[in-house]
Design a protein around this ligand. Structure first.
Ligand code: 5RP
Length: 226
């Protein structure tokens, strides 16, 4: 296992320790969240009683594989904690997410939780968001016009592909990955984009994160909301 993977395993395993008996847990998506679901599965085998709400079809499969019981978001009134990865984390714990295409469900599950715990390796921690292209979920109907409206704001949308065809999210939508350069006002940018008809959700997670566990050269560093 390479260093990056070891770091993901470390933060995923550490995050699983935040989960207590009886909790309802949002299960994030991506290769870091994989290790958290695996570690939770091990704790469930040892008797931990929890129910998970997966944020993607892939995470649902992992939960089944590792024996974490799951339910749908509609079946719970609230969640105790959501644990998820991220593509970028800035100094104010604002995030870019959606690299794995699960941003809409991830955001719905994040805001349903009392606590949002993010797990990343050091490479994801940045001074300013925007180096990573911002994923925006868009309805397929007329997507080209929506992309033009985003471009008219001065950005560069690229439709995400899966092989030769458009990548389709678990919700049947497409993703536009948008190069913004340095994002100095993430909340304002989100407000601008979400108002465009055809945009379903943006990958900007603003003022949602409580704690970030950062994997760093074999150790961890914990960042808390100020
Ligand atoms: C999926 C996400 C992921 O959390 C994000 O892309 C990080 O993934 P990874 O842990 O594989 O780097 O937002 O939509």
């Amino acid at each position: 296992m390479n260093e990056a993977e070891k770091s993901k395993m470390l933060v995923g395993t550490e995050a699983a320790k935040y989960v207590k008996d009886g909790m309802k847990v949002g299960l994030g998506s991506g290769s870091t969240a994989y290790w958290m679901v695996k570690a939770l599965g091990e704790r469930v085998q040892q008797g931990l009683d929890i129910i998970g709400v997966p944020t993607s079809a892939q995470t649902e499969k992992w939960a089944q594989e590792f024996g974490v019981p799951t339910t749908d978001l509609s079946e719970v009134s609230a969640l105790d904690i959501t644990i998820d990865g991220a593509d970028e984390v800035d100094q104010n714990l604002q995030l870019i997410k959606g690299g794995g295409g699960a941003l809409l469900r991830e955001k719905m599950v994040a805001i349903a939780a009392d606590k949002l715990l993010i797990i990343v390796d050091q490479s994801k921690v940045v001074d300013h968001l925007g180096e990573y292209p911002l994923p925006i979920e868009v309805v397929p109907f007329g997507w080209n016009l929506t992309a033009k409206r985003i471009a008219a704001l001065g950005y560069e949308p690229t439709i995400r592909l899966s092989g030769d065809t458009h990548y389709i999210t678990d919700n049947g939508n497409i993703i536009l990955d948008c190069k913004f350069g340095k994002i100095t006002q993430p909340a304002k940018l989100h407000e601008q984009l979400i108002q465009l008809v055809g945009v379903v959700e943006t990958g900007l997670f603003i003022n949602m994160t409580d704690t970030v566990i950062v994997g760093n050269q074999g150790g961890i560093n914990v960042l808390e909301k100020k």
